[in-house]
Design a protein around this ligand. Structure first.
Ligand code: BTN
Length: 316
């Protein structure tokens, strides 16, 4: 019921008395007062003035299950890492496609053992739990699909021009906006579960000196604040659509979408690792491997095996 009150306050955008609210919803003024108290405790900024009633003061970005359109979601205030929470829930057999988001991660994880910092209730920290019927070798393709979903969602919502730095950093104006960390539990042949962790910098207004020339946020790029729920809906619905296509027709059906967004394509790149490969990136193949054209051959590079340095790159 409290979210019905919230919806009325949103539409009204002015004071409305407890009595009128009560009449609209068929409940008592006391019930309205209780609902408003709960909403305030959840973080909504509601002014109560005697004889005038209640008014929603600003459309603060509160994140809860009511704010999103997708159904299969758990919204937490704080967690160690949404990926860790996803793994714990997968071990207990949670639903396929469960989405976990949190306002804050105390020990958020990045790729290659790095940490992922949290700016409380400003950015998006989200994990999707899946039980795909694929081999562990194919799991990196899910990360590529998540990269497509995030880039398209960012571009659709904001009008920015986000692209993907292979394999899975979403980049705007040469700076990283989103990182994706896929973790799995698997046997030799089959995956038990996969957790796809997505961190998108949304409303953060700045970064420390170490990160400021490598990382950016939607707010820094657009000068505007956004509701995180909007990004959750757009990213998850796009991801689920592409995941469906992938399961039916394989990554080959998504290769062109990925290559259209791939910022490395046509650029000179160099892998980082023991066996350095340098050449022109041609885009990904049907398996999601990046094809690098060297002086002597075309070499497929599997994501997860190497990192990549783009010549002139600012942020590795
Ligand atoms: C990277 O290093 O680029 C990957 C960063 C992934 C961060 C996200 S935030 C949600 C999920 N939970 C984590 O602990 N990490 C991922």
């Amino acid at each position: 019921m409290r979210y019905d009150v919230l919806n009325i306050l949103r539409v009204k955008n002015d004071y409305i008395s407890g009595e009128e609210l009560g009449n609209m919803l068929g409940v008592s003024r006391a019930a309205i007062w209780k609902a408003v108290t709960k909403l305030k405790n959840e973080g909504y900024n509601i002014s109560s003035v005697s004889k005038r009633g209640y008014r929603l003061i600003d459309n603060k970005d509160v994140l809860n299950e009511n704010e999103v359109r997708i159904g299969n979601i758990v919204c937490l205030k704080e967690v160690d890492s949404t990926n860790e929470e996803g793994k714990r829930r997968a071990e207990k057999g949670c639903a396929d496609g469960l989405v976990i988001v949190s306002d804050y991660q105390s020990t958020g994880k990045g790729r290659l053992g790095k940490s992922w910092s949290s700016d409380k209730a400003k950015d998006l920290y989200m994990s999707i739990v899946l039980y795909p019927d694929i081999s562990p070798m194919e799991a990196p393709r899910l990360t590529l699909i998540a990269g497509i979903a995030v880039s398209e969602a960012v571009n659709g919502i904001t009008g920015l021009d986000a692209g993907i730095k292979w394999p899975n950093d979403v980049v705007v104006n040469g700076k990283k906006l989103c990182g994706i960390l896929t973790e799995m539990s698997a046997e030799i042949e089959r995956i038990k579960y996969v957790v796809i962790g997505i961190g998108v910098n949304i409303n953060r207004e700045g970064f420390n000196a170490e990160l400021s020339d490598k990382a950016t946020s939607v707010c820094i790029e657009t000068g505007k604040k956004y509701r995180r729920a909007l990004f959750i809906d757009e990213i998850v619905s796009r991801f689920m659509k592409y995941y469906g296509i992938y399961r039916e027709r394989g990554f080959a059906a998504l290769k062109d979408d990925y290559n259209r967004l791939c910022l490395n394509k046509g650029k000179i790149v160099r892998t980082i690792g023991n066996n350095v490969i340098k050449g022109r990136a041609l885009g990904v193949n049907d398996k999601g491997e990046l094809l690098i054209e060297t002086d002597t051959s075309i070499v497929p590079v599997l994501s997860g095996e190497v990192s990549l340095r783009l010549e002139g790159d600012r942020y590795i």
